[in-house]
Design a protein around this ligand. Structure first.
Ligand SMILES: Nc1nc2c([nH]c(=O)n2[C@H]2C[C@H](O)[C@@H](COP(=O)(O)OP(=O)(O)OP(=O)(O)O)O2)c(=O)[nH]1
Length: 139
């Protein structure tokens, strides 16, 4: 990966056979589409640190970052910008707090069957199969 590549981290927070998904409010072009909570890794920050920071800012919770799920997915950044970007999904354990939509339109806990029913951001789609394999139906 190019040293200049922007890494965006997404959190795969799984509880009771469901994964947390978040509906974007902004920018207008992405309004209403679904993603994993997270954001851009800042200079000097590790992806795990960024995940913890973003989950605190966006959900009001403390998480612990774990291993990557699947492989990084390249996606185009803002039109006109040449910097390449990848989405990296890290599994995350919920350590403290109950997720709230502090910056999103809404949150949903999805079963494997729900995954295919949402309007995801394009970079998220390749992660849906590996996530589905992790969502063991309960009770
Ligand atoms: N957080 C997140 N962003 C995603 C996902 N999939 C995807 O294509 N993106 C894109 C949308 C945005 O172009 C970019 C992340 O930007 P962001 O606005 O969430 O990040 P940020 O909180 O660090 O933003 P900023 O205000 O500091 O610029 O990555 C995803 O699952 N989660």
């Amino acid at each position: 990966m190019d040293r200049d590549t922007l890494i965006v981290v997404g959190a795969a927070i799984i509880r009771d056979g469901r994964i947390l998904a978040a509906q974007r409010a902004e920018p207008a072009a992405l309004h209403g589409r679904w993603e994993f909570p997270g954001g851009k890794v800042d200079p000097g920050e590790t992806p795990a640190d960024a995940l913890v920071r973003e989950c605190r800012e966006e959900l009001g919770v403390t998480v612990r970052a774990r291993e990557a799920i699947g492989v990084d997915v390249p996606f185009p950044t803002t039109p006109g910008r040449t910097r390449s970007a990848v989405l990296r999904l890290l599994r995350a354990d919920l350590i403290d707090g109950e997720p709230r939509a502090l910056e999103h339109l809404s949150l949903r806990w999805l079963t494997a069957a729900d995954l295919g029913t949402l309007d995801w951001l394009p970079a998220d789609v390749p992660f849906l199969d590996p996530i589905g394999a992790l969502l063991v139906p309960t009770g």
